[in-house]
Design a protein around this ligand. Sequence first.
Ligand SMILES: Nc1ncnc2c1ncn2[C@@H]1O[C@H](COP(=O)(O)OP(=O)(O)OP(=O)(O)O)[C@@H](O)[C@H]1O
Ligand SMILES: [Mg+2]
Length: 390
Amino acid sequence: MAGRIDEEYQQLKAHTHQRVVDKLDEDGIEVAKSNRNRINDAITRAVHQHIAERRIPLSTQDLSQLARDMIDEVTGFGPLEPLLRDSRINDVLVNGPENVFVEISGVLQRAQARFVDDAHVVRVIRRILAPLGRRLDEASPMVDARLPDGSRVNAIIPPLALDGPSISIRKFNRHHLSAEELIRSGSMTEECLQVMINAVQSRRNILVSGGTGTGKTTMLNLISQYIPGNERILTIEDSAELVLNHQHVVRLETRPANTEGKGRISARELVVNALRMRPDRIILGEVRSSEIIELLQAMNTGHEGSMSTIHANGTRDALVRIETLLAVSGYEASEQAIGRLIGSALDMIIQLVRLPDGRRQVSEVVALTPTENEAYHLEYLYRSKEGVSA
Ligand SMILES: Nc1ncnc2c1ncn2[C@@H]1O[C@H](COP(=O)(O)OP(=O)(O)OP(=O)(O)O)[C@@H](O)[C@H]1O
Ligand SMILES: [Mg+2]
């Protein structure tokens, strides 16, 4: 029964929306230019009028819910709005109109929200993209974008997405978790923190490794706070998430290709450029491609104390991933030379994991030291009790 009622409500929303849009039009109210309260009032009035005219039986509660939904629909990102406002939610995932999931405290769960149909999802995506001058259509069926508040958005539509248009949002959280919070929640120990602080202060080159959403960016941000305040820091990210309190920071952001497929500026180009900007340290949001070459070289040549993150499920995995990235980026050298490059450039890997109950944790902190016989020797400086890692 609940499904049918929900279906009815979706229908109600769809025709009320049309009516509200027409009414605003008639009254000459331009959403983009008008005062927020005025629009909200006008929408609420239009909703009440529509329901009264059509003699639709609705409880006061349902009526105000409908008015709120219409405000979100007309002035914001529709069904996504309440989820974006809810500060407990980190991720919002839309798999077609009827399947919306959210992540709260590390646990994925189904959300109440839903869209009317595929077209509705696409309309919301286009609304997100419009101010950015980006588009989504058959010619460019997938996009990365950012909401005004800094949240990261990826959208992909059929025929590439088989079950309807999909949206993945990682909400921007200006408040990065602090060391105290991570210790209190059991993500790491005081001892682990101290190991990391020492490494940062003695200018070790550090890679934070972990799977999707394990807290890599959070950790990178956290350890960056321990860089001495007088150093010149260059940050390079696909979309700026790091929040540093240093006085001497230059933030760079990569740029995707424009609608004609031109103008892309890669992380690799930015690392090269950053090296000409006299940085003391380079902080690269994530290594995922050929910028690995420049990053390792920078780490080796006077920019000690540089840091980045890498997507890997364990420290060994991270090392293999680096080798693979070097190989596919056309870095031609013997296996031995590649090992030596990694061994001399990289000093530490901080591995993050997500436990089955959703908690995130530093699983181990590993130091890499080159030796006479080996490219690098791994020494475990810290291991969590649960210490599960590949
Ligand atoms: N130790 C932690 N405990 C609880 N929540 C955390 C922890 N670390 C990070 N988070 C939260 O998890 C979400 C994802 O964190 P973050 O962006 O740092 O992960 P990530 O590994 O960089 O993700 P991605 O793979 O998408 O880049 C954020 O909302 C963050 O606040
Ligand atoms: Mg990240």
